[in-house]
Design a protein around this ligand. Sequence first.
Ligand code: ZN
Length: 69
Amino acid sequence: MKFEIKVTVPEVKIDLKCPKCGHIFQEKIREIKPGRIKTCPHCGVTIEYKGDDLSKVQTELDKLKKIGH
Ligand SMILES: [Zn+2]
């Protein structure tokens, strides 16, 4: 008898705050890349991800690692 084991890595999401209306929404970390455009689901403003956003993502990932251990 054989077992097939699949490991699914859950999508890591972080909270992002709209710079215009302050609405907080979740975004998948892998979707956050420089130059990528996101539309705020609340006010419709377009947000362009920049290098600064990626460093925030890294900070969030570090926090997750700390919680895990
Ligand atoms: Zn907004």
